[in-house]
Design a protein around this ligand. Structure first.
Ligand SMILES: Nc1ncnc2c1ncn2[C@@H]1O[C@H](COP(=O)(O)OP(=O)(O)OP(=O)(O)O)[C@@H](O)[C@H]1O
Ligand SMILES: [Mg+2]
Length: 258
């Protein structure tokens, strides 16, 4: 059965999508079967893995939001050039809060849609939008674990408390099994004392595992235009090595728990 991990932080631009795409590629490199589910109407994961959201007739929105005829998730999954499977997103997901407002069990639509494919993958990574709206609640409800990318700057901490409260609500109400796998420090600049001080403070402050940071690198801005992960466009770069190490650390920490 797949491990389902939600990559979430309602703060924008903290490298959620970059982490999903490159971690997925690193896990595929290890020989794992990986599905990325793009849960953001901005569809950046879809674009970064080489698909143009505007060319797609059907996307996750048709699985999660349309009542009739509802589509099977497995039928809409696309194999990308990186070897990562993808359920693409489109701007249609932007209407989810309204569309699902009157639906019974609206927190469970993603979990239910994934049920048919969990046996096909080792990992399912959920790329969340920068909000704590209904689709993010769905992601946290469907997941076994949550990974929180966080930039090592003081202001980036604002809002993490709210995210932790939302996770606690989900654990209480819809998904008692949800665990916080850890924080991934992103866009890290080890040359600044400030970044180092913020990094050292993360573990004690939130009481969670802190993975080795992902360094800041221009290579990350370049890769999405090619529709590939940085492991494909710049495989020997520091950034590629950082995400391979994250994949290793993730495997180690989950193996310890089994
Ligand atoms: N390690 C890094 N070094 C340099 N730039 C990075 C790094 N990681 C991500 N970026 C860049 O930072 C920007 C934001 O990254 P990304 O889109 O992954 O964040 P996000 O949290 O998914 O954003 P959103 O909240 O809008 O979904 C992008 O331009 C990306 O290329
Ligand atoms: Mg994103």
């Amino acid at each position: 059965m797949a491990r389902v991990l939600a990559v979430a932080n309602q703060k924008g631009g903290v490298a959620k999508t970059t982490t999903v795409v490159n971690l997925a590629a690193a896990l595929v490199e290890r020989g794992d079967r990986v599905l990325v589910v793009d849960l953001d109407a901005q569809a950046c994961a879809t674009f970064s893995l080489g698909l143009d959201p505007e060319d797609l007739d059907e996307t996750g929105a048709d699985v999660f939001m349309s009542r009739e005829p509802q589509r099977e998730l497995a039928d809409l999954v696309v194999r990308t050039a990186d070897g990562v499977d993808l359920l693409p997103a489109s701007i249609d997901l932007a209407g989810a809060d309204r569309a699902l407002a009157s639906v019974m069990g609206r927190e469970y639509v993603v979990r239910d849609a994934l049920a048919g494919v969990t046996a096909l993958y080792d990992w399912i990574l959920l790329d969340c939008s920068p909000s704590l709206g209904i689709i993010t609640i769905n992601a946290l409800t469907a997941a076994n674990g949550v990974i929180v990318p966080l930039q090592c700057e003081t202001l980036s901490h604002r809002g993490v408390g709210q995210l932790m409260e939302t996770i606690a609500d989900v654990q209480r109400l819809t998904n008692p099994g949800l665990e916080i796998v850890g924080v991934v420090p992103t866009l890290f600049d080890g040359r600044t004392t400030h970044a180092k001080a913020v990094l050292a403070d993360l573990g004690p402050r939130y009481g969670v595992r802190v993975f080795t940071p992902i360094s800041r690198s221009i290579r990350f801005a370049e890769a999405p235009a090619a529709g590939r992960s940085i492991l494909a466009t710049s495989g020997a770069s520091k950034g590629a090595r950082d995400y391979r190490r994250l994949a290793d650390e993730l495997n180690e920490s989950l193996a310890l728990r089994d």
